[in-house]
Write a protein that binds this ligand. Sequence first.
Ligand code: LHQ
Length: 259
Amino acid sequence: MKAYSTITMGIKDDIALLTLNRPDKLNALNAQMRAEITDACGFAGRHARVLVLTGSGRAFCAGQDLSDAGNAASLDLERVLRDEYVPMLHAISECPIPTIAAVNGAAAGAGANLALAADVVIASHTAYFTQAFTRIGLMPDAGGTYWLPRQMGAAKAMGAALFAERITAEDAAAWGMIWEAVPDMEFDSKWRARAAHLASGPTEAYRNLKSALRASWGNGESAQLDLEAKLQGACGQTRDFKEGVVAFLDKRKPFFEGR
Ligand code: LHQ
């Protein structure tokens, strides 16, 4: 495992745990952190069966480090987004294994949208999300204009972007923006249990269902039905499918190897 300076990364029991680790800056993203997240997600996709992203300290991620390189206002935003944010966001959204954002605290700006790039977002009750961008004269980026309308619907997405208010974890769950909000006391055990569930599941089926669900945004019905047939055909070739059927007929719990 590589040594990282802005994140920590470990793999145990097939679960890769990537922790954003600049707690004094509320885990704000600088160039080094973007590169390290991109690298670590690629590594996780090759060596683990589920990836969890979380934050150290009291925040999940405060978005772009506004003190980076002296002054964020001097950054070439288009270049930074294209060359550094896009690869990082794709490394999460296109990771072949299931990804969980375990949002432990504030998720602001690109930090909120980093979480939305994951497959499943689990937030503690003290966590909140804010499309903070307009507060500093920007528009949502890092995938916000893509994910928000798809997850919350157009009306909530527009309000979230324009008002840049804090959206509580419970509202985020009620609006369909995230999978679930859980009481702080149960937060750790809940995301760990979810991660363990996915790490012992049919990894190839997960990979294929992720591809299909993501492709559905751009596909018509016929193309999507064709894609399902193709990907299900691939699932049908796995040892996990055979095991799943045998276990069902034997009336026992399946043991999925992930292939
Ligand atoms: C921070 C940050 C931060 C540096 C807290 N940077 N230090 C933009 C430009 C370039 C390319 C691409 O895209 C982007 C996308 C973006 O992400 S723009 C949006 C950037 N993020 C924000 O505007 C959020 C800024 N942060 C906040 O609004 C607050 O800190 C939140 C609401 C997250 C938390 O508030 P509090 O709990 O009251 O904490 P705090 O404000 O006191 O922050 C604690 C420390 O963290 C503080 O440092 P200090 O030395 O005073 O203790 C902050 O300066 C630092 N910090 N966010 N993004």
